[in-house]
Design a protein around this ligand. Structure first.
Ligand code: KG4
Ligand code: ZN
Length: 336
């Protein structure tokens, strides 16, 4: 009988201290996510130094809570998976050092996981990925279209030339006075207004690239000009218009990629995959085109260690193992 593989996964790339135990890359045994949002929202965004200090304070507490929740001993783990990048370097380092320490003490293998591979494999916790597939990765730091011909094979076919979509949502939210992280709040308001404002479609061209700095500046200028003229801004209408523009372009380019690459499976990944406008529009188009569409469950859209545990299993199967010289990297385009 084949033995089960239990991955202890660690994710500390931004402001969530999270650990999880995942069985065979698809079943969650237990997960703990300790969010620092309440601390950072006082500053209007994540403060890297504060995030890293909080990870130090939280990491052993999270580990103890996880093992007790899973009713498992650390010796029962097969391997340790950890996000090595990209992300905030001071935050990543805490997770990487913790993983290396556990690996050293237990003698279990250490598996480095790219944060975006994690977001993609959050979908494997819903149902087994079917290949070939296109992944639309939409998060606070990434906006990419990725072609996967098989497990743990990532071919980037397009990406943002400037801001990430989540970053753009958060900036738009900030300029209209919504608290960090503003993405979900803009999404909610977008369902309460009408598409009345004159905003551009961001990089609506034949490429697979994205650009959100133009629409971000357009919103900032619009708010600025209306304030100067002492005109009241209809926040709901502005959110509706903004969401319509970005969702239209994201959907259009994704559907074109599916067609041109002759792929019938689409998965969406990253924090912005929680966006209801994007979910609705993609579902509608995929129904028409008979594409199998998958989203992570809502609490696995944003950062968590469960997704890292799922990805680590497939990295492990490919022999991706690191020694104790593993280091955190803030920016890394290579999917290891
Ligand atoms: O994946 P994630 O947790 O962190 C990164 O790896 O970047 O994504 C966080 C981003 C934030 O920008 C947040 O505002 C955005 O995801 N987000 C949303 C929604 N939920 C989270 N943006 C739009 N609509 C949402 N419902
Ligand atoms: Zn993320």
């Amino acid at each position: 009988m084949k033995r089960d593989t239990y991955i202890l996964a660690i994710e500390t790339s931004c402001d969530e201290t999270s650990m999880s135990i995942i069985k065979n890359g698809e079943t969650e045994v237990a997960t703990v996510v300790l969010s620092q949002i309440d601390i950072h929202k006082n500053f209007g965004g994540v403060v890297p130094e504060i995030a890293s200090r909080n990870h130090i304070e939280n990491i052993t507490i999270v580990l103890e809570e996880l093992l007790s929740k899973a009713s498992m001993k650390i010796e029962e783990i097969t391997a340790i998976g950890v996000t090595y990048g990209p992300g905030l370097i001071g935050s990543l380092l805490i997770g990487v050092e913790a993983a290396k320490t556990i690996s050293l003490v237990t003698g279990k293998p250490l598996i480095p996981v790219h944060h975006i591979a994690g977001h993609i494999y959050a979908n494997n916790l819903e149902k087994r990925l079917t290949f070939p597939l296109i992944a639309l990765v939409v998060s606070g730091g990434h906006t990419e279209l990725i072609y996967m011909k098989e497990d743990y094979s990532f071919q980037k076919i397009g990406g943002t030339l400037d801001d990430a979509i989540g970053e753009c949502y958060d900036k738009v939210a900030k300029v209209i006075g919504l608290e960090y992280p503003g993405g979900p709040k803009v999404d909610k308001l977008a369902h309460q207004g009408n598409d009345t404002y004159n905003l551009p479609y961001p990089l609506d061209d034949k490429s697979y690239n994205f650009s959100f700095s133009g629409i971000k500046s357009a919103v900032i200028n619009l708010v600025h000009n209306e304030n100067q003229r002492e005109n009241k801004i209809n926040i709901e209408d502005l959110c509706t218009t903004f969401q319509n523009r970005v969702v239209t372009v994201l959907t259009k380019k994704t559907m074109r990629a599916l067609k041109e690459y002759n792929v019938k499976n689409l998965i969406v990944a990253g924090g912005v995959s929680a966006n209801s406008g994007l979910r609705e529009k993609l579902a509608e188009e995929c129904r028409k085109e008979k594409i199998n569409l998958s989203f992570p469950r809502l609490n696995y859209c944003t950062d968590n260690a469960a997704m890292i545990g799922a990805a680590a299993f497939f990295a492990y199967k490919k022999g991706i193992i690191s020694d104790l010289s593993l280091n955190a990297v803030a920016t890394d385009n290579l999917y290891r």
